[in-house]
Design a protein around this ligand. Structure first.
Ligand code: B12
Length: 227
């Protein structure tokens, strides 16, 4: 069986919420030499896309969504490298959270994992993070970047609020603000005056690297877009 077909099987196991199948298929993919990021994105991520569509079409319901999310967590724990022992001081400092009202964290966790693998020190603020907390934590860490994930169209508005909040605190020029997550687009990033938009966890690394290297004042340029 080819790699593409293996990834399709992973996607199907995620749709089925079958943790045992996901673990065994994930291991087979690793043994075949498929890159962990591909297993997660092209296998697991593709499965969650299908789950989302079926949920919208009332073919699947909340318990199914939860079972698929648990299966995805099992997949990421299995295939993503552990970042615990990597030195995380070199590339820059980032605070990262899912915005208020939003409990989705799979994409955030994948993005943090990629950043850490690429030498960033990241403070994970978790989910349902209020605007003021992002800023307090960034101040405490001495971060250059505030990264926000949002998976629901209703919660994406808090990304806008954070930028307004930074302005009222006269801190907009201090932090690069990057945004991502399901409903978030490059157009939205431009509309709210963010510094960057990334479509994937890998693009998140590119954004952070480019913004920090640019030396530009945060909030002064059109957002960078990393696909
Ligand atoms: C899994 C899931 C859940 C799980 C979440 C588990 C968890 N620990 O995260 C559970 C079951 C808990 C859940 C709950 C709900 N969910 Co839900 N969920 C999903 C689902 C199926 C997949 C999301 C996911 O993990 N995708 C995979 C990851 C890898 O993708 P990602 O997050 O987009 O991240 C990638 C990129 O966007 C990027 N990225 C992410 N963040 C960032 C940040 C930056 C800065 C950058 C650069 C990049 C970046 O990197 C990632 C990897 O490449 C989606 C459907 C979908 N198509 O997205 C619905 C979906 C998001 N959920 C939805 C809904 C409605 C809900 C509920 C309200 C359901 C309910 N009736 O209770 C609740 C809300 C709870 C809450 N308050 O948050 C809707 C949202 C609709 C909308 N547009 O507002 C969706 C779209 C389903 C649908 N089609 O209707 N959900």
């Amino acid at each position: 069986m080819g790699n593409e077909q293996m990834l399709e099987k992973v996607a199907q196991a995620i749709v089925d919420g079958d943790i045992e199948a996901v673990k065994s298929l994930g291991q087979t993919c690793l043994d075949l030499g498929i890159a962990p990021a591909d297993i997660v994105q092209k296998g697991g991520g593709a499965g969650l896309e299908i789950v989302g569509q079926k949920f919208e079409e009332l073919e699947l319901f909340l318990p199914d969504l939860i079972a698929s999310a648990d299966a995805m967590q099992a997949l990421t724990s299995l295939v993503m490298p552990d970042t615990g022992s990597i030195s995380q001081e070199m590339a820059g400092k980032v605070v990262f959270g899912t915005v208020a009202g939003d409990l989705h964290d799979i994409g955030k966790n994948l993005s943090i994992n990629q950043l850490q693998l690429n030498g960033f020190k990241v403070k994970d603020l978790g989910v349902d993070v209020k605007v003021n907390r992002f800023v307090e934590e960034a101040e405490e860490l001495g971060a250059q970047v505030i990264a926000m994930s949002a998976l629901m169209s209703t919660s994406a508005y808090y990304q806008k609020d954070l930028i307004e909040y930074l302005k009222t605190k006269k801190l907009r020029g201090k932090y690069y603000v990057i945004v991502g997550g399901g409903p978030v687009t490059a157009e939205w990033a431009a509309e709210i005056g963010a510094d960057g938009y990334g479509r994937t966890a890998v693009s998140c690394v590119k954004l952070c690297k480019e913004l920090i290297a640019s030396g530009s004042t945060p909030g002064s340029c059109a957002p960078r877009v990393a696909e």
